[in-house]
Design a protein around this ligand. Structure first.
Ligand SMILES: NC(=O)c1ccc[n+]([C@@H]2O[C@H](COP(=O)([O-])OP(=O)(O)OC[C@H]3O[C@@H](n4cnc5c(N)ncnc54)[C@H](O)[C@@H]3O)[C@@H](O)[C@H]2O)c1
Length: 353
């Protein structure tokens, strides 16, 4: 018998990957998404195309146009269906956007998460609850680490930092951005429902998550948006740090495999950093060069010397805790695999317009 699965943010990058995976594995998937990404980012953020794609390609998926801030509607859904797995991916996901909408950002990210945790506790306390958090819970504290500057990137200077940022890195007394702060509130509440109430909650602090299902926009979805601009011949803006800021990139399917490892053997209240790790790390300058190598065309870009407030200079997720708890899990898509797929899917999308 299949599981009853709830995916929030089901038309987004990670949510849609979760829907496709669990539907394909024969489970009953309910997806909740109100297309709020279009409200946050305008038409480029509209996720309708992705919802339509899911409807065409799945067999047991039902979509609900529901707002996770609407507690009554959410509780009614939980009364109707006894979920066994909750994959929580709905969010306001942008640091910069949060500055313009502090209350909405907090209501979606923090209160929306507590609504889901409480609905789970009241109606299906045995469910596994996967919470998608972010590396912005560490704020800009990673920028305090000693760095070296090479021709194309910043990197950690000390050997003990080689593997990147681990889960015991401090999360307070640091500049988070309002987004980072609302996500930290959600992260702590999710841990609390695991530790205090014993719910089977796993918290995953994402690095740069990517894949062709992203409705990439300038304010969110670094690699996806860069490839979009490169393929369309648009001009990409690099914000500060000489373009040498480093991100570690993970394909959405490897994110779902980490979820799946936790679902099969949950550890209530645990926190894991989840990114592409050192091997999938790249600076903006390096990413541009790699895309140029793949497309054979120059990427047009301009430099704005103002870095984004609180932006990480070098962020690599230390994956050793996740790998030690779940030895069957690993990053399977290399940076080049990811870039090739993004370039191909973006070229197809443009050709179809
Ligand atoms: N993409 C990244 O690089 C990245 C990095 C770190 C963490 N994360 C986290 O991963 C999670 C998923 O991110 P993503 O990249 O898939 O984002 P996404 O924007 O592609 O997907 C989120 C989805 O949630 C929906 N949504 C927003 N508010 C909602 C609401 N009130 N009710 C119902 N649905 C709502 C949006 O319409 C969107 O489809 C988020 O929690 C995000 O903070 C993402």
């Amino acid at each position: 018998m299949g599981l009853k699965v709830l995916v929030t943010g089901s038309s987004g990058l990670i949510g849609s990957e979760a829907v496709a995976f669990y539907d394909g594995a024969g489970h009953d998937v309910t997806g909740v998404d109100n297309n709020m990404r279009a409200e946050f980012f305008g038409t480029a953020g509209d996720t309708t195309w992705n919802l339509e794609r899911l409807k065409r390609s799945t067999t047991r998926f039902t979509h609900r146009d529901l707002d996770i801030r609407d507690r009554e509607a959410l509780f009614a859904l939980f009364r109707e269906q006894a979920f066994e797995l909750v994959v929580h991916c709905a969010a306001q996901p942008s640091h910069d956007k949060a500055r313009d909408i502090p209350l909405t950002d907090f209501e979606v990210n923090a209160v929306g998460t507590v609504n889901l945790l409480e609905a789970t506790r009241l109606h299906c306390p045995d469910a596994v609850f996967l919470h998608m958090s972010t590396n912005k819970v560490y704020g800009d504290a990673p920028n305090e680490l000693p760095l070296v500057e090479t021709e194309t990137r910043f990197d950690y200077a000390r050997p003990q930092d080689f593997h990147g940022i681990a889960e015991d890195f401090r999360i307070d007394r640091t500049l988070h951005s309002l987004f980072g702060a609302s996500k930290t509130a959600a992260d702590i509440m999710a841990q609390e429902y695991g530790r205090y109430f014993g719910l089977r909650v796993g918290v995953f602090r994402g690095g740069c998550l990517t894949g062709p299902a992203h409705s990439g926009v300038e304010l969110h979805g670094f690699l996806n948006f860069l490839v979009k601009a490169a393929v369309a011949g648009d001009t990409y803006t690099v914000f500060g740090y000489k373009g040498k800021q480093v991100r570690d990139n993970i394909h959405s399917s490897d994110v779902i495999q980490a979820f799946e490892a936790f679902r099969a053997a949950p550890r209530p209240g645990e926190v894991y950093n989840l990114g592409g790790g050192r091997e999938n790390s790249v600076s903006v300058l390096e990413a541009i060069a790699r895309i140029e190598g793949l497309t054979g065309r120059r990427v047009k870009w301009r430099y704005d010397e103002h870095n984004r407030v609180g932006d990480h200079i070098c962020y690599v997720s230390d994956l050793r805790k996740l790998r030690s708890h779940y030895p069957g899990w690993n990053v399977t898509r290399s940076l080049d695999d990811i870039l090739v797929e993004l370039v191909e899917s973006e070229s197809r999308r443009l050709a179809a317009l």
